[in-house]
Design a protein around this ligand. Structure first.
Ligand code: MCA
Ligand code: AMP
Length: 557
């Protein structure tokens, strides 16, 4: 049973890890000593909540924590599927164990990367869990990426195994003829499952240190090449435990899960909160407003990108009655406008809780569960996480001053995979990570994001790096040069636009799309192409994207 100790009491048999400088809050990730401590000094009175005594033989592999929940809640539903099927925690854990054993038999050892490009399915969840159990580094990539894009990840991650859709197997075999490959289709069939179902589940969990990498999440780089953010067992555990506490996860919560499971949002934030508490998820293959409206009355929590919310508001039949059992709506990955926040509150009675995160850090800040949720802000630094606003020289700014957002805490990744220099550029010596987002903090510590220092477009929650698109458009024979920008888009928040300087005749949108076909995921492709005589430049010769964004801001209206 959870016990509550005063913070002043010595934490029995535990090593304190995490943010030891400020002693504000800790996720004490000390399963080795036999106890997991979650301490909350920021609460009054300050306390350690001693969560659960666990088996003394456990390692710091994050799967130990998950597995404990799976064993405890084996009979409870984990995934409820729209076709009426369901998976209990026991079933998911058994399949994860079989996949872990399959990986072992295939020669995958601790620290080996398993690259995964599959559709969302219960089996895909079990694959993620199986990788954790086997201590393989899970490397998920967007299912929309083309074979050409996948080739980069194969080369960069150097995986021991690639799990892909059956339809992609032949093409990927050409790209990576020596790579071990298994398939997993959206319906849960494929060579991975054939092997796994004929295998006994792995006994136990392959031990890991807290600082060992559990997953690599690729995030776009400014040079156009993706960087692999290495997330450790402590990163995953600390963020999950923090969010469960901060968002008041209830034993009877039911999460409506319609996000993709290759990003931090749908994979870590959503799955971990539900799974560590052994609570059910209504597991939808993707976002479909009609299906969401059908399932919302059975749910208590939904996590989504702002597009989820704007699309639901467009549906006349969506109303407060649809949300009658809902406790919490959470939004993130892209800015939620004040208009959407207000419209949602008026329609449903719920103020959406907006939070802010990144692939490199998982969640950094959140509006409060109980206090005021202020539209247009991303709330406060989460317990145990420090956020500061700095100028270009790295000096901390006073409240209300706009600057770069920097983050430090047990959530911050350990660096980019095989990019030592890039990691050193973005993580300061004192441990603060330079997010590339611009923000402002008020006197109370409430943070608003006001822009981005990085040249990034966020479209429907997906990142698009202009360089990557520009590079390919510039290669077109009829193009002198191009500038790719994001401008306001009703549905996606920002829509990708290419401003093109043609050699002669105008370059049309179908021509651009045709030349990008098979080379670039379709969500990254420009939705509009504008031809101009020349691009505006500053005195240094740099293209003035701000001026272009201003000039074309009404393009999608
Ligand atoms: C699909 N399309 C898009 C996008 N999604 N175009 C621009 N931006 C998009 N986000 C295009 C497709 O290429 C296709 O174009 C057409 O739209 C229809 O595709 P479909 O798959 O049917 O689209 P959809 O189902 O309507 O998807 C829209 C969506 C989806 C539901 C908003 O993009 C989505 O689930 N986004 C969530 C992303 C997310 O989870 N982000 C978290 C990452 P064509 O017809 O030309 O082929 S950020 C993160 O994890 C950090 C840590 C954080 O803070 O959360
Ligand atoms: P990713 O690299 O895909 O993890 O995207 C992370 C980026 O998404 C952050 O650096 C922010 O620019 C953006 N982001 C995430 N949450 C929010 C939010 N609530 N408001 C505005 N931007 C956000």
């Amino acid at each position: 049973m959870p016990r509550t100790l005063r913070l002043a009491d010595p934490a029995p048999d535990a090593t304190i890890r995490g943010n030891s400088k400020r002693l504000q809050w800790y996720t004490l990730w000390q399963v080795k000593s036999g106890v997991i401590y979650v301490g909350t000094q920021s609460l009054t009175p300050p306390t350690w909540r001693v969560d659960v005594p666990v088996n003394k033989t456990m390692s710091d592999n994050f799967y130990e924590l998950l597995n404990r929940a799976f064993v405890e809640h084996a009979d409870r539903p984990c995934l409820i599927l729209p076709d009426g099927g369901s998976w209990s925690y026991g079933q998911i854990a058994t399949l994860a164990g079989k996949i872990a054993q399959t990986l072992r038999v295939r020669g995958v050892v601790a620290g080996d990367r398993v690259l995964v490009q599959v559709e969302k399915s219960p089996e895909a969840v079990a694959l993620y869990l199986g990788c954790l159990q086997a201590a393989a580094v899970y490397v998920p990539i967007n299912s929309a990426y083309t074979h050409e894009e996948v080739a980069y990840f194969v080369e960069d991650a150097e995986p021991s195994l690639l799990v892909c859709r059956r339809a992609d197997e032949a093409a990927l075999n050409v790209i990576a003829p020596n790579l071990s490959m298994l398939t997993l289709a959206a319906d849960g069939t494929g060579s991975l499952m054939t092997l796994a179902l004929a295998t006994q589940p792995m006994d136990g969990v392959v031990p890991r240190e807290g600082s060992d990498t559990a997953a690599i999440l690729y995030t776009s780089g400014t040079t156009g090449r993706s960087k692999g953010a290495m997330l450790t067992n402590v990163n995953l555990a600390s963020n999950a435990l923090t969010l469960i506490d901060y968002w008041g996860w209830q034993d009877d919560d039911v999460l409506l899960h319609a996000l993709p499971i290759f990003h931090v949002h749908g994979l870590f934030v959503a799955l971990h909160c539900a799974m560590l508490r052994g609570t059910a998820m209504i597991f939808l293959p993707g976002f479909d407003a009609r299906q969401i409206i059908e399932w919302l009355p059975s749910a208590t929590v939904m996590m989504g990108v702002p597009t989820f919310y704007t699309r639901l508001l467009e549906k006349g039949e969506f109303n407060a009655e649809t949300c009658r059992n809902m406790r919490l709506f959470i939004s993130g990955s892209a800015p939620l406008t004040e208009q959407t926040f207000e419209a949602w509150r008026q329609r449903t009675g719920h103020p959406i809780l907006e939070r802010y995160g990144m692939s490199e850090t998982s969640m950094n800040t959140s509006n409060p569960l109980d206090g005021e949720r202020v539209a247009g802000t991303v709330g406060f630094a989460l317990p145990g996480i420090e956020v500061r606003i700095t100028n270009d020289a790295g000096e901390v700014l006073a409240s209300e001053e706009v600057g770069g957002i920097e983050v430090r805490g047990p959530n911050v990744f350990k660096g980019y995979w095989r990019m030592r220099e890039k990691s050193a550029e973005e993580i300061r010596e004192d441990g603060f990570f330079i997010t590339g987002d611009l923000g402002v903090m008020d006197g109370e510590g409430r943070i608003s994001i006001v822009g981005r220092a990085k040249d990034l477009i966020i479209s429907g929650g997906y990142n698009v790096y202009p360089k990557e698109v520009e590079k390919l458009i510039d290669e077109m024979p009829g193009v002198v040069e191009s500038a790719v920008i994001g401008v306001p888009h009703m549905d996606f928040g920002e829509g990708v636009v290419a401003i093109v300087v043609p050699v002669g005749d105008d370059v049309s949108e179908p021509e651009v799309r045709l030349s990008l076909e098979g080379r670039l995921a379709r969500f990254k492709q420009p939705k509009i192409v504008v031809n101009v005589e020349s691009l505006p430049r500053n005195t240094m010769g740099k293209v003035q994207k701000k001026a272009l964004r201003e000039r074309y801001k009404d393009l999608f209206e």
